[in-house]
Design a protein around this ligand. Structure first.
Ligand code: ZN
Length: 242
């Protein structure tokens, strides 16, 4: 069985469709989503409907909970707030309810799933350094913790008796004795300088994980952002992947 792992769609339908095509080609049959389906982008309803249809194991992101009043939005920047207000006007009742009922954490076999960090799921801290990632390993019993939130893909591995390290390979083996924290990056708003959508495929039979980057129609997404009257910065940043 293969799992399709993704996060931070942020209402970017073009990017989501491109990622789902990669999952289909890879033979993915189950899905895990680390949250932030909405926010920033121009297609909240279509994205939530597409994700819902996958019946994924899915947790809430700060934008999902911010939309429905389950987390304060005081820390959001101006363009994020503007997009969230716009999304609130667009979102259907059914899609809103789906977001409202997403849990903060999920577990499946040897996977622990959370948007920001296992230590404080509701406070949405950013894990950026090796040290920050490694500290989080004390807060879940499973082998692998999947996160999103920072929009920077990475994988950290700690083998017993060795210091934790970043995995530099695109594809790697998940060793049962080791512990991992893996950031899936962002489907709809990558910030690592690569504008392509990010996702991963987890091959459960081989016990291997692989990072994928997927080109999509950035210009089409930008056009919709501008047509919706959302901040221009949200369109321009997609081309730069920043
Ligand atoms: Zn996000």
């Amino acid at each position: 069985m293969k799992l399709g792992l993704f996060s931070d769609v942020h209402s970017n339908l073009e990017a989501l469709k491109a990622v789902l095509a990669v999952f289909k080609d890879a033979g993915v049959t189950r899905y895990v989503c680390c949250g932030d389906i909405i926010g920033y982008g121009p297609d909240p309803n279509k994205c939530v409907e597409l994700v819902r249809g996958l019946k994924p194991l899915c947790v809430a992101g700060n934008h999902d909970y911010g939309l429905v009043g389950r987390t304060p939005t005081s820390g959001f920047n101006q363009s994020a707030l503007q997009a969230l207000d716009w999304t609130r006007e667009q979102i259907t009742r059914t899609n809103r309810l789906y977001l409202e009922n997403l849990p903060l954490t999920e577990r499946m076999n040897q996977l622990f799933v959370v948007h920001a960090a296992p230590s404080e799921p509701a406070d949405w801290p950013y894990l950026l350094s090796l040290h920050e990632a490694e500290e989080e390993m004390d807060y879940y019993a499973e082998t692998v913790c999947l996160v999103g939130h920072s929009h920077y893909p990475f994988a950290v591995e700690r083998v017993p008796g060795e210091p934790a390290h970043f995995i530099r390979q695109e594809s790697f083996e998940v060793r049962p004795a080791a512990k991992y924290i893996i950031n899936l990056g962002s489907v709809g708003q990558p910030r690592d300088g690569d504008p392509r959508a990010a996702c991963m495929v987890y091959n459960l039979r081989a016990n291997t994980m692989m990072f994928h980057r997927v080109a999509y129609d950035v210009a089409a997404a930008q056009k919709k952002i501008r047509a919706a009257g959302l901040p221009d910065y949200l369109a321009s940043r997609l081309a730069a992947g920043r």
